[in-house]
Design a protein around this ligand. Structure first.
Ligand SMILES: Nc1nc2c(ncn2[C@@H]2O[C@H](COP(=O)(O)OP(=O)(O)OP(=O)(O)O)[C@@H](O)[C@H]2O)c(=O)[nH]1
Length: 349
């Protein structure tokens, strides 16, 4: 059953309770059916009492008054409609009243004759009572039925709500997991797995983030790394790459962001106001490297590990970076061709 169908059912069921409550209160609220008969019977019986002890005209007139009151309450359309004894009883009361007025009947006989309307009214009372009982029973059983439908429908709605909520939560968790995985994948895609620093993609992305700022770009290449690998093996070569990544970080400071561009080539991007500041960074790097004394058993010049370094200063944006990279690369190449183990800073075009 659809959700909307369920809601329609609830509204329909709730709608039914209202008229039945109305019906119930119309039965019990006025109590007309039973009460009128009870009161009419009371007046008839009072008339009987007065007639039985009628010793003065006062009691006779009281009996007459009671009969008039009884007649008024008895002469009701619904009694005429449902109880055949009504018309004859009323006619009898009428006739007896006239006879009493004309003093043409013995009061005792009149009292006796009045048992006929008393009996009729008693029957009406009992019947009205039964009808009220039946109406109440009908009302309570149908109310119970409607209530059950309402309770079960509400329960169903509650369960469906829980189900939707659980499904929504599951979907939300899936989406969150997928988003987290995507972010971690993206972060991994920007990292060099060997050294843990950024890769070439990260460098391009970071330049865009520094757009408009005065930056320094330093390119670093290990000298004779092939010979190092050949002499000590690839794992030792990996270890040196990691050591150099740490050394670059120490030498250039926390403001520098480091990248491994591939093979034995590193880059550093750092806020840098002038060429002079860049020069100081390169010198600091050389000093740190010499102090580290990473041994290179196969260095053709019998030195420890040496680096060739090229740097340039530029104002970051996508176009200027391409030129800055070219300038730094050219500076590094010049160091290489000049015998390696050195640094050069050049202006970007
Ligand atoms: N251990 C290790 N070696 C690598 C890695 N990637 C590249 N290489 C090696 O790095 C060496 C780079 O050699 P070249 O490009 O000739 O550079 P070089 O030997 O340093 O020579 P110059 O730069 O001219 O001084 C090659 O032998 C590559 O195999 C790596 O991830 N780990």
């Amino acid at each position: 059953m659809s959700f909307v169908g369920l809601m329609v059912l609830i509204v329909y069921e709730a709608r039914w309770v209202y008229p039945e409550i109305q019906a119930y209160f119309s039965q019990t609220g006025s109590l007309t059916g039973q009460q009128l008969a009870t009161r009419a019977r009371g007046y008839v019986q009072r008339a009987q009492e007065k007639l039985l002890i009628a010793s003065s005209p006062v009691e006779l007139s009281e009996a007459r008054l009671s009969l008039d009151l009884a007649y008024g309450l008895f002469d009701v359309h619904i009694y005429h409609q449902y109880y055949a004894c009504t018309a004859s009883s009323l006619a009898l009361i009428d006739e007896l009243a006239e006879l009493i007025d004309a003093q043409q009947i013995d009061p005792f006989d009149a009292a006796h004759a009045l048992f006929i309307p008393v009996e009729c009214l008693t029957r009406i009372e009992m019947d009205q009572l039964d009808r009220r009982g039946m109406a109440i029973n009908d009302f309570s059983s149908s109310t119970r039925r409607h209530n059950q439908v309402l309770i079960y429908s509400s329960l169903l709605i509650f369960v469906l709500g829980l189900l939707f909520w659980a499904m929504h939560e599951r979907q939300l968790r899936r989406t969150e997991r997928a988003t987290a995985e995507k972010f971690s994948w993206m972060a991994r895609a920007m990292r060099d797995p060997l050294t843990g620093i950024g890769n070439r993609s990260a460098l391009h992305q970071d330049v865009a983030a520094y757009s408009g700022r005065s930056m320094g770009l330093i390119l670093v290449d290990i000298d004779f790394f092939k010979q190092y690998n050949d002499a000590l093996g690839h794992p030792e070569g990996d270890r040196l790459l990691r050591l150099l990544a740490n050394l670059l970080g120490d030498a250039l400071g926390a403001e520098a962001t480091l990248y491994r561009l591939g093979g034995d080539e590193f880059a550093a991007l750092l806020p840098c106001p002038t060429d002079q500041a860049l020069t100081q960074y390169c010198e600091a790097l050389q000093v740190k490297l010499e102090a580290a004394q990473f041994s290179h058993p196969a260095h053709p010049d019998n030195k420890d590990v040496t680096l060739s370094i090229g740097g340039t200063h530029f104002v970051a944006d996508a176009n200027s970076f391409a030129m800055a990279y070219e300038a730094a690369d050219k500076a590094l190449y010049q160091v290489k061709t000049a015998g390696r183990d050195g640094w050069q800073v050049t202006a970007s075009a």
